[in-house]
Design a protein around this ligand. Structure first.
Ligand SMILES: [Zn+2]
Length: 335
């Protein structure tokens, strides 16, 4: 070994951001049997069924070509006469996700946030509150990555004067007015995310980050072809990555390689990308809080590197003690 796990822990470079993009598959992989209360995570293709929205959607009297809820919502959105049904859909979706809760023991979400640093970002398409809850319960002892919410989120509010984003229900630290809840549903086919002030900022930040990231990890995101704004952004990001040429994309997804190739081939014509079916095989889980350092050691300096896998089955106290030795080195480097 040219770089041992211990040497990796001791090494800090002024790293570029690692950007993680989370889709519904990430929450589903974390909670295949549901959240703390057994509430099931829906995949987009089973969304209507899992949330029990069939009766309400039938009231529209429309036959939809797609069973993707975001497509269905887009069609309903176009018809002003369905406003009442649309508002009830929005309410029911909000209620379903806002009651969700992380189980008491550490989850993939805890491992994910603990394994990245403050320079890193996690951009989620998910409405569930798990990313926010994981950041909250791990942030006393650790400097954690910053979140972005690409489709809004039940746990997040924002100041309409642009001062800050925070917990839904809280007050703006600057003007002391209540934060405004984010919208969850958009007619995604219309590329009009940008009409929403909150969403606009989230996407602008992500677009900027993708230009500077050394690695992008896409975890459980299916990149539905109907999501026009997302597709455009990812194409842009991949374009600039091609100019740099390096092994910078990692996809964590349980789907078969063929499915993934169909999804991602429009973005990565010639580019190599790494695929893992399990989060614990990912770069992040094997080089926690040192993803850029490990990347430079292996791909830039061409050294052999040892993995430093996170303790997958540890309870919180043991887990936090394990991550402490990484945080201590970071604290020393920043003073
Ligand atoms: Zn404010």
């Amino acid at each position: 070994m040219e770089v041992s796990a211990e040497e990796e822990i001791q090494q800090i470079i002024a790293g570029k951001p690692h950007v993680v993009i989370l889709g519904a598959g990430a929450s589903y992989a974390t909670f295949p049997d549901g959240d703390k209360h057994g509430r099931k995570l829906p995949l987009m293709s089973k969304f209507v069924e899992t949330l029990g929205l069939g009766d309400l959607i039938n009231k529209t009297g429309i036959r939809f070509d797609s069973n993707n809820f975001e497509d269905i919502y887009s069609s309903i959105y176009k018809r002003p006469e369905l406003l009442e049904i649309r508002e009830e859909l929005e309410d029911r979706v909000w209620k379903y996700f806002s009651d969700m809760e992380l189980p008491d023991e550490p989850t993939i979400y805890d491992h994910l946030v603990l394994s990245l640093r403050h320079k890193d970002f996690i951009a989620t398409f998910n409405w569930d509150p798990f990313l926010v809850q994981a950041i909250k319960r791990n942030s006393d002892r650790f400097k954690l990555p910053r979140p972005l919410f690409l489709h809004g989120n039940v746990a997040v509010g924002y100041c309409t004067d642009g001062h800050m984003m925070g917990n839904n229900g809280g007050l703006c630290h600057h003007c002391h007015l209540p934060l405004t809840a984010t919208n969850l549903l958009y007619p995604i086919g219309e590329k009009n995310y940008h009409l929403d002030q909150f969403i606009l900022r989230q996407w602008a930040t992500l677009e900027h980050l993708l230009k500077h990231a050394f690695m992008v990890t896409i975890f459980g995101y299916g990149a539905p072809t109907s999501d026009a704004s997302a597709i455009e952004l990812l194409k842009k990001a991949w374009g600039s990555i091609d100019e740099r040429s390096m092994e910078e994309f990692e996809i964590i997804d349980v789907r078969k390689e063929d499915d993934l190739r169909n999804t991602w081939s429009p973005f990565i014509h010639t580019h190599h990308y790494r695929v893992e079916t399990n989060f614990y095989d990912s770069w992040i889980a094997n080089h926690p809080r040192r993803t850029h350092e490990a990347y430079v050691n292996q791909f830039v300096d061409a050294k052999f590197i040892e993995n430093n896998p996170l303790p997958e089955t540890a309870g919180f106290e043991e887990l936090w003690d394990w991550y402490d030795k990484l945080q201590v080195v970071e604290n020393a480097a920043s003073t």
